[in-house]
Design a protein around this ligand. Structure first.
Ligand SMILES: *Cc1c(COP(=O)(O)O)cnc(C)c1O
Length: 399
């Protein structure tokens, strides 16, 4: 069965009425026949049928045991970290999503959790960082925003040999391209705000556990901490998932065209896209991302300044300047001043997030139109540079 069929077949028909769309159970509580005698639901923080439909679907898509829907991607990440205790250690990818970095450093470090960051594209670095205290290895693959790809299977083996769990943030690849649990991961998280929802109209998060035991612990944390996703938003994510396979296919094919185009532009110093043969992790991306390389492309300008990047991101017409990614509409952002502004400058640069790095979320518009849009923005950069040179020359002559 192909991905699109599997996905659509996995969405349940309502047993009570036959409704083809999953009904929104907008209720806080469920009437009981006698104390503890109910139809499977008692209070909507603990369980809600609309959320249940989404959570079962997430588990199926990621080939896990059970899924859990949260109010945001960060709430999902937060729930996973709550599996740990004071004194435990996390070994995490060095170009971690900025919000996860902030949560780890400014919240969990205060609670006695230690975090070390390594270049996970090299599994040997992960192995070298693991200690007895390491309880969790945290990967994003491809990562945000430099599209670094890590060998999930190799790292799962290393983590398990040390008794640590492997959690993969699968937001960028989506379960259409990559199923980390099938590669050995214990937990998968998503910002469902991105590709799963797919329409830039909600904030949501997901956790999928590989085993019943982990599922039980995560379900306990979800209920105990209460960061659940509301029924209407669960409905929206399910609706988004109906077209996930189709959307991701198109995102991938357009992104590859955009990446190849950017490589031809003289203003561009580097293009990060795992689908390019020149990408350092292309071989492993090809192996573990079954049918494509995703919809995110990043570029660094030859004029590696925030000013040059600002000019480009304010010159496009179809690519809108906004944080977030994974929607139908193309977006672009400047991580140094936007998503990664809470990462210390030295650490940001060391992780490859250059001052002029621009991240593109390639949407569902026509590929040629998007290429034309980027072409015009890069032309604007050249024109501005020529203007400054003329001005500088005039000033020099006056002086
Ligand atoms: C956006 C994002 C998150 C955070 O998700 P929210 O839904 O914004 O809370 C986590 N990881 C990655 C890779 C993301 O892109």
């Amino acid at each position: 069965m192909q991905a699109s069929t599997y996905l659509l077949q996995s969405i349940p028909v309502d047993e009570l009425t036959g409704a083809i769309a999953v009904p929104i159970y907008q209720t806080s509580t469920f009437v009981q026949e006698a104390p503890g005698v109910n139809k499977g639901y008692d209070y909507a923080r603990s369980g809600n049928p609309t959320r249940r439909a989404l959570e079962d679907l997430l588990a199926k898509l990621e080939y896990g045991h059970s899924g859990y829907a949260f109010a945001s991607g960060l709430a999902a990440i937060d729930a996973v970290v709550k599996l740990l205790s004071a004194g435990d250690q996390i070994v995490a990818i060095d170009d971690l999503y900025g919000g996860a970095f902030r949560l780890f450093e400014q919240v969990y470090r205060r609670f006695g959790i230690d975090i070390v960051y390594v270049d996970t594209a090299n599994p040997a670095e992960v192995a070298a960082a693991l200690t007895e205290r390491t309880k969790l290895v945290w990967l994003e693959s491809p990562s945000n925003p430099t599209l670094k790809v890590s060998d999930i299977q190799a790292i799962a083996d290393v983590a398990h040999a040390h008794g640590a769990l492997l959690c993969v943030d699968n937001t960028f690849a989506s379960p259409v391209l990559q199923q980390p649990i099938r590669l050995g991961a214990d937990i998968v998280v998503h910002s469902a705000t991105k590709y799963l929802g797919g329409h830039s109209d909600l904030i949501a998060g997901a956790v999928v556990a590989a085993t019943a035991e982990l599922g039980q612990q995560l379900k306990f944390i979800q209920n105990a901490s209460g960061g659940i996703l509301a029924p209407f938003d669960c409905f929206l994510v399910i609706r988004g998932l109906e077209t996930l396979a189709l959307r991701v296919e198109r995102h991938c094919s357009t992104a590859l065209k955009v990446a190849r185009y950017l490589q031809t532009r003289p203003e561009v110093a580097a293009v990060y896209y795992p689908g390019l043969e020149t990408h350092p992790n292309h071989a492993i991306a090809k192996k573990q991302q079954r049918s494509g390389f995703g919809g995110i492309v990043a570029l660094v300008l030859k004029d590696d300044t925030q000013e040059a990047a600002t000019r480009v991101v304010t010159s496009t017409q179809y690519f809108k300047l906004a944080e977030s990614l994974g929607g139908a509409k193309s977006l672009l952002c400047h991580p140094a001043t936007m998503t990664h502004k809470s990462t210390p400058v030295a650490q940001r640069r060391a992780a490859g997030v250059a001052d002029s790095l621009i991240r593109l979320s390639v949407g569902l518009e026509d590929a040629d139109d998007l290429i034309e849009d980027l072409g015009r923005a890069l032309d604007a950069l050249t024109a501005a540079k020529a203007e400054t040179e003329v001005e500088l020359e005039a000033e020099a002559q006056l002086a």
